[in-house]
Ligand binder design. Structure first.
Ligand code: C2E
Ligand code: CA
Ligand code: CA
Ligand code: CA
Length: 279
């Protein structure tokens, strides 16, 4: 890493702030991370509330940096987005996740949905749909098993490309989910505009205590609206039994969070699913 640091110095000038330098150094490392095989995927189970069984997994990327250790996605995804690297990284995530999860499905004979996060930047790329098809084909995965998690900000940009892309993806049978629902400034009109199949309620929706005022009514109302539009509802960030108890009194379909499991490496996921199904 020492010689790499030497070549790097020429990019940095004395006037730059420490923060800018750190970011630029990280950006340079990020450019090589894919080739060096430094990314890993962890998977967090999604639990179906009607029968308490794992019915899906979300792929979450981590960067195993040679000197910094595990860098969380909140740190490097924004850099990958501004540099455009997110398209290559996102394509790697798609391919790797489809391959991993299809192998698991083949081995366990279970019915799982795989959800993959898609950046708004990827939604502006006309090649995304083809990449999705290729990832599915290479893994031998059925189209309906793949769910793409989009954010509201990706949808409100509303370019012709993203409009068309979403329609194409819907047409080939990939499921579309809205991530962090209710935290953006998108309004809700887009729920009718696009072929959305799943809404993921952000943690902020959950009831912190059983007595939190009107909280359950609110979840019920949102869930009812989503169901009337034909969409499933997933609650994210469920951390304790109280939160779950409240959810069970709503009509929410699935839950995900530390109460059930932390995101884990693929090697552990199989055991988790077997244990959870048996109990
Ligand atoms: P997200 O898509 O909303 O993912 C959920 C985040 O909440 C994950 O953080 C997860 O580990 C965490 N989480 C899960 N259960 C709980 C819980 O019970 N309580 C709390 N407080 N947190 C919980 P993570 O893995 O650090 O990912 C952060 C964000 O980075 C993701 O938020 C997503 O926006 C982004 N991200 C992760 N992987 C990818 C990827 O492959 N592509 C893109 N474009 N973005 C990704
Ligand atoms: Ca997500
Ligand atoms: Ca659909
Ligand atoms: Ca989320």
């Amino acid at each position: 890493a020492k010689d790499a640091g030497g070549t790097r110095m020429q990019f940095f000038s004395a006037e730059m702030s420490v923060e800018t330098k750190n970011r630029m150094a990280l950006e340079l490392d990020l450019r090589e991370a894919l080739e060096r095989g430094e990314f890993v995927l962890h998977y967090q189970p999604r639990i179906c509330l009607d029968d308490d069984s794992p019915c899906g997994v979300e792929a979450l990327i981590r960067w195993n940096h040679p000197s910094k250790g595990l860098v969380p996605p909140n740190v490097f995804i924004p850099i990958a987005e501004t540099t455009g690297l997110i398209c290559k990284i996102g394509n790697w995530v798609l391919r790797q996740a489809c391959e991993d999860v299809q192998r698991l499905i083949d081995r366990l004979g279970t019915d799982l949905v795989l959800s993959v996060n898609v950046s708004p930047v990827q939604l502006r790329s006309p090649t995304l749909c083809g990449e999705v098809r290729q990832a599915l084909q290479a893994a031998g995965m059925d189209t309906h098993r793949l769910e793409l998690e989009l954010t509201e900000s990706g949808l409100i940009e509303d370019t012709d490309t993203s409009q068309q892309l979403l329609r194409e993806l819907g047409d080939i049978g990939v499921r579309l989910a809205i991530d962090d629902f209710g935290t953006g400034y998108a309004g809700i009109a887009y729920l009718r505009q696009y072929p959305i199949d799943v809404v993921k309620l952000d943690r902020a929706f959950l009831c912190p205590t059983p007595k939190a005022d009107g909280c359950l009514d609110f979840i019920r109302a949102v869930t009812e609206m989503c169901h009337s539009l034909g969409m499933r509802v997933v609650a994210e960030g469920v951390e304790d039994a109280d939160m779950l108890r409240q959810l069970l009194r709503s009509d929410c379909d699935e839950a995900q969070g530390y109460l059930f499991a932390q995101p884990m490496p693929l090697a552990k996921l199989g055991d988790y699913i077997i244990d959870r199904q048996a109990s």
